[in-house]
Design a protein around this ligand. Structure first.
Ligand code: FAD
Length: 428
């Protein structure tokens, strides 16, 4: 397929925005650029126009998911042999940044969905399994992939519980008890994005047998059909930002799931968490996109080119030019470290690569909101009215550094400790 960049027109007749990561400059293949362009096209021509409504009403972007399915993007990381686009980690991350540029809530929820295929797919392929376990896993994941490709099934990823488990400190309190043919699940998940809207909740829980102590090693990743008896969605949802994610509370009361619900075999999630740490960086593309959006808006605004606004130019003032220069420098810094980190995501990364991944996550999550704040200061009072996207970008971007397990605080904590101590070292 030929890649059309700026010449392509959107439905509204606008020229398509330039890619955040140019194919030539970032040495991407034609296939990667095609998938990323697909994300940018749908982002700019479809998602951008709907974002304000989902945000205002704090409702899930259901129509966007129908369009993402039609564009093949629900299966972005499903292998080609099973009808997907076969995107690996880097391609997915770059496409997700383009979606985040136009609708943060769609990008963040799409991330939860895609991770169910990325973690069970290319990531699991890098991990140790014996032949029998791998064959069973391949058979099972094909069931999940078929639902996504054929029916547009949506998966979510609730792991937060309000305690130390989501930060990786202790075993998940949500428990799966083995019973004939499957498991019985009991527990509670907070901030469960897509609650009430996903078809399957990809629940992280601890497999517990009678008399055994709960251990992180026994973490299971199970796709619970949303309509199963015993599953309920409770609580309201009226947050500062990322309002379209509808991250309400999920309760599981004696919920039976069959063995085929496993998105990863026993022990493999724990192995992934230990050996494939970049799996926890997948929330960052959304915010990389928001950082770009804050910058894009500022340029258009100062050039007097924001649709619906009087064509008043403000670009001739030296203070505005300096602010834009500062924003551009910050954006390039974030893009540089983030691109490097998503490019080197792999099993068994070096210590340097892991520290860089924390630094990239921190830079994106804090940097996106810093850019949005600078954009508001630079563009001025009219720019933060609710009729324009900037104030939503500001609110949405504030949520990034709160996302466990790699919050901004936890990244600082880990970088400091892991830079100063080798594994097992103490000062005693
Ligand atoms: C818009 C949005 C969508 C979300 N969607 C999902 C989702 O789909 N699935 C999901 O599982 N979760 C989701 N979350 C939840 C998110 O990942 C966090 O779990 C949640 O924000 C934690 O809130 P808390 O107040 O309980 O944090 P707490 O656990 O009380 O932590 C507060 C802060 O303390 C710090 N902290 C925590 N533990 C430690 C520690 N051990 N050492 C040092 N510092 C620590 C962290 O910086 C943390 O931000 C979402 C959150 C938001 C805002």
């Amino acid at each position: 397929m030929t890649i059309q960049v700026q010449k392509t027109a959107t439905a509204a007749g606008q020229a398509l925005d330039a890619p955040m990561f140019d194919r030539g400059a970032y040495r991407l293949t034609a296939e990667q650029a095609d998938i990323i362009t697909r994300a940018r096209e749908i982002g700019q021509s479809v998602l951008a126009g709907r974002a304000a409504g989902y945000d205002r009403d704090a409702i899930f972007p259901t129509e966007n998911y129908k369009d993402l399915h039609r564009a093949g993007l629900l299966g972005i990381s499903v292998p080609k042999a099973q009808g997907g686009l076969g995107a690996g980690y880097q391609t997915y991350a770059l496409a997700a940044a383009e979606i985040g540029r136009y609708c943060g809530a769609t990008a963040l929820t799409w991330n939860m969905h895609v991770c169910s295929t990325l973690w069970s797919g290319p990531l699991a392929d890098d991990l140790d399994m014996d032949e029998e376990m791998r064959a069973a896993h391949e058979r099972r994941r094909a069931i999940h992939y078929k639902r996504i490709i054929d029916d547009g099934a949506i998966y979510s990823q609730p792991f937060s519980e309000g305690g130390a488990a989501a930060a990786g400190g202790v075993a998940f309190g949500t428990e799966a008890k083995p019973v004939k043919g499957g498991w019985l699940i009991n527990g509670k998940k907070i901030f469960a994005s897509l609650a009430g809207h996903a078809d399957y909740y990809g629940v992280l829980c601890t497999e517990v047998s009678e008399g055994e102590k709960a251990s992180r090693r026994n973490t299971l990743y199970l796709a619970v059909p949303a309509k199963t008896e015993g599953v309920s969605v409770v609580g309201d949802w009226d947050p500062l930002g990322m309002r379209g994610t509808v991250s309400r509370t999920l309760l599981f009361k004696d919920v039976f799931v069959e063995e085929d619900a496993a998105l990863m075999p026993r022990g493999v999630y724990f192995q992934a968490a230990m050996r494939w740490p970049h799996m926890f960086m997948t929330l960052s593309p959304t915010y990389m996109g928001l950082a770009q959006a804050a910058y894009d808006f500022t340029l258009k605004y100062l050039r007097g080119e924001v649709p619906g606004m009087p064509p008043v130019k403000r670009r001739m003032y030296p203070t505005k030019q300096i602010a834009v220069a500062q924003m551009q420098i910050k954006l390039e810094q974030i893009k540089g470290i983030w691109f490097q980190a998503v490019t080197e995501a792999r099993a068994n990364p070096s210590k340097e690569q892991v520290l860089r991944a924390y630094a990239a996550q921190y830079s994106v999550m804090e940097g996106a909101n810093e850019l949005a704040a600078l954009a508001i200061r630079t563009c001025g009072g009219q720019s933060m009215l609710k009729t324009l996207p900037l104030e939503r970008i500001y609110r949405d971007s504030r949520c990034g550094s709160l996302m466990l397990p790699w919050t901004a605080e936890l990244c600082l904590d880990r970088i400091g400790r892991e830079a100063l101590y080798e594994p097992g070292e103490t000062d005693d």
